[in-house]
Design a protein around this ligand. Structure first.
Ligand code: FAD
Ligand code: EPU
Length: 295
């Protein structure tokens, strides 16, 4: 057990026993026993430093849109609650990591800045998107990322431009106790009406190809090189495969949906069945794209 948590940690704003149903888009998992919600970079730094000093493991949560939580989480969870301001300098915009991702794409469009249209249907926070190098329609974050600020696992603040090897398909090195605090996108000027139309078009495309009206965590598995995991799952005949209230979506087979009461066990079981059957059918090992929290 974690008790007692150090005093410096308990000075950071926090809540107890928040259900993951409220913290994630998928809506499975148990309780977040300790949810720390710093409202400034300094409070976030105090959290990381206190945990580092105590040798205490912890986790960082954004919008919870790429997360499958398989039970209660007793480790302290950090979720940034920084002021939601977007700062423009020329054609660059900077926002805090806790800024809504879709809202940021919309803000860029309204400012007449092009480059984030791909992001317009990807939920969650900016921090989660940088950590995941989120992408869609042939684009991903690293293409527009000019600078980012993050805390090291020891709580040191780093402000830098991206370098080769730091980001690739649905992956970045920003794991293992690193916390993105803010990011700057380098965009180009364009006609706001045209940019807004592209944003709307991208969002509409989702409505026809993804089950956005049901609870889900986006694509569950990574696309194997040159292939679509959704297509492989579909070809294996798994649409509609169901464990309890968890089901392989009929609209897009790489989305597993929660019909309302799915348990963590239902989800873990359904993911394992999909992996086993795709391996048998295609000889392909699917790797989770979502983050899985077991404790
Ligand atoms: P979370 O789910 O909260 O966390 C994801 C990971 O990021 C965790 O490891 C967490 O620890 C880490 N993290 C969160 N915040 C920080 C931070 N500040 N610093 C360091 N690490 C952090 N993704 C795509 O790439 N493309 C898509 O087209 C897409 N479509 C989606 C559609 C739907 C309907 C849904 C529900 C999801 C979709 N996703 C997609 C997945 C998801 O939206 C992205 O991965 C998103 O960027 C995750 O952001 P988040 O804030 O919700 O992260
Ligand atoms: N397809 C099927 N059956 C299905 C699903 C897809 O046959 O059930 C086929 C489609 O018809 C299409 C091909 O597979 O020919 C690719 O499908 P889609 O365009 O939907 O793209 P995807 O490869 O399945 C990827 C990302 C999505 C992103 C879209 C759009 C991954 C794992 N998925 O999906 O990202 O939104 O492209 O760019 O990289 C996510 O990461 O969570 C995510 C949703």
């Amino acid at each position: 057990m974690l008790h007692p948590l150090p005093d410096e940690l308990l000075k950071v704003p926090h809540r107890r026993d928040v259900p993951f149903a409220r913290l994630t888009t998928l809506g499975v998992g148990g309780l977040c026993r300790w949810l720390f919600e710093p409202t400034t970079d300094q409070e976030a730094q105090a959290f990381v430093r206190a945990c580092a000093r105590e040798g205490l493991p912890w986790r960082v949560l954004g919008g919870g849109s790429n997360l499958v939580v398989l039970g209660d989480v007793v480790l302290p969870v950090l979720r940034l609650a920084l002021p939601k301001e977007v700062h423009r300098e020329g054609t660059k915009i900077t926002a805090p990591a806790s800024h809504g991702h879709i809202a940021l794409a919309e803000a860029a469009a309204n400012l007449g800045l092009s480059g984030l249209e791909f992001a317009s249907g990807i939920p969650g926070s900016l921090g989660g998107a940088i950590r995941m190098n989120a992408g869609a329609y042939g684009h991903e974050w690293v293409e527009v990322l000019a600078r980012y600020r993050f805390l090291t696992p020891e709580g040191e603040l780093v402000d830098k431009a991206p370098e080769p090897g730091e980001f690739r398909y649905r992956w970045s090195f920003l794991t293992g106790g690193r916390v993105v605090l803010s990011a700057t996108a380098a965009l180009v000027e364009g006609d706001p009406a045209i940019i807004r139309a592209k944003v709307a078009e991208n969002r509409a495309r989702r409505g026809t190809s993804q089950p956005i009206s049901k609870r889900n965590a986006g694509c569950i598995f990574k696309n194997p090189p040159g292939q679509s995991a959704g297509r492989l799952i579909d070809l294996a005949g798994l649409k509609g495969l169901r464990v309890g209230d968890a089901e392989v979506s009929a609209e897009h087979a790489n989305f597993l949906v929660n019909h309302g009461k799915a348990s963590a066990t239902d989800f873990a079981e359904l993911m394992a069945q999909v992996q086993a059957r795709v391996r048998d059918f295609h000889g392909v090992a699917l790797e989770p794209e979502v983050e899985i929290w077991r404790e």
